[in-house]
Design a protein around this ligand. Structure first.
Ligand code: ADP
Ligand code: ASP
Ligand code: MG
Length: 412
């Protein structure tokens, strides 16, 4: 049985006409001889709408109830999708995460997939059904409904593809993965083939097109992914192991992340154990911390800053305020007007001068750098939010449009 998992994002199921268009794509795949498992996101805007409702009740809603609420967006979409397929003559059945089941841990709003039981899906496929599974949601061993983090339908699709031994197609509202967000940089180019490593960096650094955790999962289990448009037939981007990527650019893509906030703990005593106290408390609350900067100390005191995802800033702020009191810091300051621009490429491992060039572009545009972080295949700079799009375009122009492009060619 040749199985294919196809996932449709919010825009691709944004109204009934689009659900019909997506269904026709599924029918095409069935005609090509595949047994198809569909994964659907909520209709576009629905998850945001539900989160907004919850926040009107409580700015920091209880996470169990939040999952109960926001998982309903996908439930609506799968029912409409399965109805549409049936109307078009395809036997289909919709399934929520708990009905598959997609088993997760119990970290509400960003649960991890632990195990997927595929027997029911396989039986349905053998009986000639096309199952439509709700993305983004799972269930704990004790029956609690969980969600997998924003953009989590990508993870649902990749995890199902792995569990079923299938390839994975991600249908979205752009033609693939581009050298920068095509909505901000019109000159960006589609990348035909990209390694897991680069895609993971891009996704973690703000390229919304794929959820970072889905790529982490795909890399670990070597699931091949084809990202493509649900509105055109052209080939999209293949995300594959690094050894299958023939051309290695020093800088493959530029990303912009406007979804973080910076928290600064002002005037903390500079002694052993302080960083531990702050970040242990955040870790215990499952908060992912990004760029950390500790200033040079003055008279035994220093400032400590870090960035977190905007959706977790309030929670992080609350936790750090408590720790700040215990350790005798002066105050905790939050700043939402920041953005992070990054250059990403596996060729960076064996090249030099990239950081200097990046800093030069920012300097020539009068943009101040507040923090820098690097890995072997990326350089990120924290800047003021109002310069985010300018920085993205200028870096794209310097590195991709005028850049030397292919530096290293894989000979294997
Ligand atoms: P879906 O609803 O299909 O999951 P998303 O909105 O999550 O779609 O992701 C697609 C969006 O990602 C695009 O509309 C685009 O604006 C944005 N995006 C950001 N960076 C990139 C990039 N480098 N390549 C392609 N799209 C990108
Ligand atoms: N509907 C969820 C979200 O908006 C999951 C997804 O779209 O992948 O984050
Ligand atoms: Mg998405």
């Amino acid at each position: 049985m040749k199985i294919l998992v196809v996932k449709f994002g919010g825009t691709s199921v944004g109204n009934l006409e689009r659900i019909e268009n997506a269904s026709k794509r599924v029918i095409q795949k069935l005609k090509e001889g595949y047994r198809v498992v569909v994964v659907s996101s909520a209709m576009s805007g629905e998850t945001d709408r539900l989160i907004n409702l919850a926040k009107q009740v409580d700015p920091m809603p209880p996470e169990r109830e939040l999952d109960m609420l926001i998982s309903t967006g996908e439930q609506q979409a799968i029912a409409l999708f399965a109805m549409t397929l049936q109307k078009l003559g395809v036997p289909s059945v919709s399934l929520c995460g708990w009905q598959v089941p997609v088993l997760t841990d119990d970290v509400h709003t960003k649960a991890r997939v632990k195990r997927i039981v595929v027997q029911k899906l396989k039986n349905l496929l053998e009986e000639g059904y096309t199952p439509v599974v709700a993305g983004f949601q799972g269930v704990t061993e004790s029956g609690e409904i969980t969600t997998l983090g924003r953009g989590g339908s990508d993870l649902s699709a990749v995890a199902l593809a792995y569990a079923l031994g299938a390839d994975c197609e991600i249908y979205t509202d752009v033609e693939g993965v581009f050298t920068a967000d095509p909505r901000i940089v019109p000159n960006s180019k589609k990348i035909p083939v990209i390694s897991y490593e680069e895609m993971l960096e891009m996704a973690s650094l703000g390229a919304k097109v794929m959820q970072a955790r889905s790529i982490e999962f795909a890399m670990k289990h070597r699931v091949r992914i084809h990202v493509r448009s649900s509105f055109s037939d052209s080939d999209g981007t293949w995300i594959v192991p690094e050894e299958e990527v023939m051309e290695k650019s020093v800088v493959r893509a530029i990303t912009l992340d406007r979804n973080e906030s910076r928290i600064t703990v002002v005037r903390v005593p500079d002694r052993p154990g302080i960083a531990y106290s702050i970040f242990k408390a955040l870790g215990d609350a499952h908060i992912v911390v990004d760029m950390i900067v500790q200033n040079v100390s003055h008279q035994g005191y220093t400032d400590m800053s870090f960035t977190v995802n905007r959706s977790e800033t309030s929670k992080a702020e609350q936790i750090v305020k408590k720790v700040a009191q215990e350790i005798g810091a002066q105050e905790v300051v939050r700043d939402d007007r920041i953005a992070k621009v990054s250059v990403v490429g596996i060729g960076m491992r064996s090249s030099y001068g990239t950081a200097a060039k990046m800093f030069e572009v920012l300097y020539k545009n009068g943009i101040n750098i507040m923090a820098i972080s690097t890995s072997e295949i990326k350089i990120s700079c924290l800047i003021e939010d109002k310069y985010g799009e300018l920085a993205l375009r200028e870096l794209h122009s310097a590195f991709i449009e005028e850049g030397e492009e292919v530096k290293v060619v894989n000979e294997s």
